[in-house]
Design a protein around this ligand. Structure first.
Ligand code: ATR
Length: 275
């Protein structure tokens, strides 16, 4: 039987993951199927259990299932433990299921590998303190930035989230948007869901350091509101999250198959389709 993989989410119709994994499988000559399944939170556990019992080898989990996948996993990678969220489940030889989170490493690979944006000794600002932020903090800290500031509309959430990651280093702080006056950052990452409604967190003028970059974890066919803000505010690069999407998928593919697909041709193909 051909090895079976899937992405579970709700909604899932517009997911690019089946396409990305089909391209990876073709490129690396791996025989597998990868489907997208609409799974509401209430039926996640039973559906995931059935998937693995019926020969499934691995799952991706997306909104709103990442916290449930975290609870479902029998074991966790360290980065998933910090994220308290799992986007990749991997069936182990002994029948147990390992939970991992490839979102943060996907982001880091896109920034440092694809776009040559170094993170060491840089000042990083993350906008938002929800699930998307949780998923990226530990891989970002591993790159040794000089500081990570998490700014959020609900200030307590930013302060509490920063506190959770203090174990990894004392160079992480939480604050509100109004505390950002007179500060400068080399990289601003938008991890709020504001983009989806074409909205923007309020950012003071001059917050982007000379040669600073912007990165929106969200992506769309058109530039997001935050990508536009970056371009208008002198960012050396202002990018959206399409590269991160492909890179997190490549990392999941590697965990499942032990083979690393080339991501550049897939990113180029997906990019060409939105122009
Ligand atoms: P996700 O899993 O995508 O991170 P989430 O956990 O619901 O989703 O978090 C959404 C984040 O976007 C939060 O940080 C939220 O701010 P609050 O914690 O104050 O709610 C932020 N957000 C959503 N809409 C926003 C807006 N219009 N302006 C600023 N921040 C916004």
């Amino acid at each position: 039987m051909t090895d079976k993989y899937a992405v579970f989410g709700y909604p899932i119709k517009h997911s690019k993951s089946p396409r990305i994994h089909a391209l990876f499988a073709e490129q690396t000559k791996q025989a597998l199927t990868y489907t997208a399944e609409e799974v509401p939170a209430e039926s996640f556990e039973i559906t995931a259990k059935a998937f693995f019992q019926n020969g499934g080898k691995g799952l991706n989990c997306t909104v709103p299932l990442k916290e449930l996948a975290f609870k479902f996993a029998d074991h966790l990678s360290e980065r998933a433990r910090f994220a308290k969220a799992v986007n990749t489940l991997i069936l182990q030889n002994d029948g147990s299921v390992l939970g991992d989170n490839t979102d943060g490493i996907g982001l880091v690979t896109d920034l440092t590998g694809n776009h040559q944006i170094g993170l060491a000794n840089k000042r990083l600002l993350i906008l938002g303190a929800g699930g998307a932020t949780r998923g990226i903090v530990s891989p970002l800290m591993a790159q040794h930035p000089v500081e990570i500031v998490i700014a959020n509309r609900t200030v307590d959430k930013a302060i509490n989230l920063a506190e959770e990651f203090r174990e990894l280093g004392d160079n992480i702080h939480g604050c509100g948007f109004s505390d950002l006056e007179n500060q400068q950052f080399d990289l601003i990452l938008n991890a709020t869901s504001a983009s989806l409604s074409n909205d923007l967190p309020p950012l003071p003028k001059g917050i982007l350091a000379p040669n600073g970059c912007c990165y929106d974890l969200a992506y769309g066919n058109e530039p997001t509101a935050f990508v536009k803000w970056g371009l208008e505010n002198g960012a050396a690069k202002s990018l959206d999250g399409l590269g991160m999407l492909v890179e997190q998928a490549a990392e999941a593919f590697y965990l499942w198959r032990g083979v690393r697909p080339k991501t550049q041709p897939v990113i180029e193909l997906l990019n060409s389709e939105r122009k």
